[in-house]
Design a protein around this ligand. Structure first.
Ligand code: BGC
Length: 413
């Protein structure tokens, strides 16, 4: 048996986000979850709308100390969470000091446990006033966002060494503005492009603001990155048409955004979940996307494809930046596949490190079960199971495996 050792000071962590765990948020998502349109849509599909309303979620807002103890049990030395913009700035230009203090407590609770916080500034949800002003589709959106960023950089700067500006910009733009699945449920390519461009601007502005603020406070400047969802695209049988479509998808999905922001980036956060085999056919010329074999899938039908992370990491090498895997995880209610999933991905990450990718950390998604956006509470991504009626957390067997890896800093092969 071979021991695959990870670099010294490797960050071993888990990831969560505000809307998915905190409970009682009042933002564009909470409004949408309860909207007549959404409820009708779910009932039509024969689903119980209650399972799709975030409500109290994991009550992490009040149970964060207990949850950070669970991260400690996993031997995590890092944790990624997000700040909820709608709590900090519930009305345009008006900040809520009580909520600012809350997140200070959250950051201190991590520091007390020797857990390095990786703080996401924006993870999909926006204040209601922002959404009313056309959300990310408004050309002033980056400016509105930077007002919030400046405030949190000033308030939390001394407690944060790692900032993640935006979570998965393309996933958001496509699901919200192109496929009409997430609020505001638009299907408009022009708006999608506008949103992407505004997110690029917002990232760059945030980068400059945080740099300036951390220099002003004479502190060791914070590292600023993004959490980018990249996919391993593969051309079926290497046929020329598949290769062409693959290159196109690869450029747009994996490279375009990063190329635009690469001069405003201290590290890359990679969220890896997917392999996408491109297979064109003349019978169904529009259906060439996502033609995977799907031999091994998660509870929500996502193909498990650990080797893909190796290719995605090698592709990121050219940016010459440190890389943190800011998300990688599986919906697996019975916990039958999770341990193997983690170990196999780590093997390929190790291989990528051997081949020159500067990977410095791994964050499993997620610490505990949580609200999985449009899929509601059904998918179970957690190392800890959550009973949503009692808010009890129970470790799944895979949590022991992950805790051992985090402690030993190696996996065996
Ligand atoms: C998101 C998370 C989400 C996870 C699993 C990522 O797209 O950042 O919020 O829960 O994937 O779907």
């Amino acid at each position: 048996m071979k021991i695959l050792k990870f670099p010294e000071n490797f960050c071993w962590g888990t990831s969560i986000s505000s809307h998915q765990t905190e409970g009682n948020n009042k933002n564009n998502w909470s409004e949408w979850e309860k909207s007549e349109k959404r409820i009708k849509e779910l009932k039509k599909q024969g689903k119980n709308p209650d399972n799709f309303i975030s409500g109290l979620a994991c009550n992490h807002y009040h149970l964060y100390e207990q949850d950070f103890d669970l991260a400690k049990e996993l031997n995590n030395n890092a944790l990624r969470f997000s700040i909820e913009w709608s709590r900090i700035e519930p009305r345009r230009g008006i900040f809520n000091q009580k909520e600012i203090n809350h997140y200070k407590e959250v950051l201190l609770a991590l520091r007390q446990r020797n857990i390095e916080p990786f703080v996401t500034i924006w993870h999909f949800t926006t204040p209601i006033w922002f959404e009313k002003l056309k959300g990310w589709n408004n050309k002033k959106a980056p400016e509105y966002f930077s007002f919030y960023v400046k405030k949190i950089a000033e308030e939390f700067g001394s407690l944060v060494n790692f900032w993640i500006t935006i979570n998965e910009p393309l996933i958001y733009a496509f699901l919200s503005y192109h496929q009409g699945i997430w609020p505001p449920q638009e299907k408009n390519l022009i708006k999608t492009i506008k949103v992407i461009r505004n997110l690029i601007k917002a990232h760059k502005l945030a980068y400059k603001i945080i740099k300036r603020t951390s220099f002003d406070s004479k502190k060791h400047p914070a590292a600023i990155g993004i959490a980018k969802n990249n996919v391993y695209f593969e051309a079926y049988k290497n046929k020329p048409i598949n290769i062409m479509l693959k290159n196109l998808s690869d450029y747009f999905w994996n490279k375009y955004f990063l190329n635009k922001i690469k001069n405003h980036l201290d590290f890359i956060g990679l969220n890896y979940y997917a392999h996408n085999r491109i297979k064109f056919s003349w019978e169904k010329p529009n259906e060439w996307w996502d033609k995977n074999e799907n031999k091994n899938i998660s509870d929500i039908g996502w193909e498990i494809y650990p080797k893909g992370i190796y290719y995605v990491l090698l592709q990121l090498k050219k940016y010459n930046k440190p890389i943190y895997i800011t998300e990688n995880g599986i919906a697996d209610r019975k916990d039958e596949k999770r341990s193997k999933f983690i170990v196999n991905h780590l093997k390929w990450i190790h291989e990528a490190i051997k081949d020159g990718a500067d990977v410095r950390g791994y964050f499993y998604w997620s610490l505990m079960d949580n609200f999985e956006w449009a899929l509601g509470f059904y998918p179970r991504f957690g190392l800890y199971e959550v009973d949503y009626r009692t808010q009890k957390r129970t470790p799944r067997p895979s949590s022991k495996i992950y805790a051992k890896i985090c402690k030993e800093n190696f996996v065996t092969h």
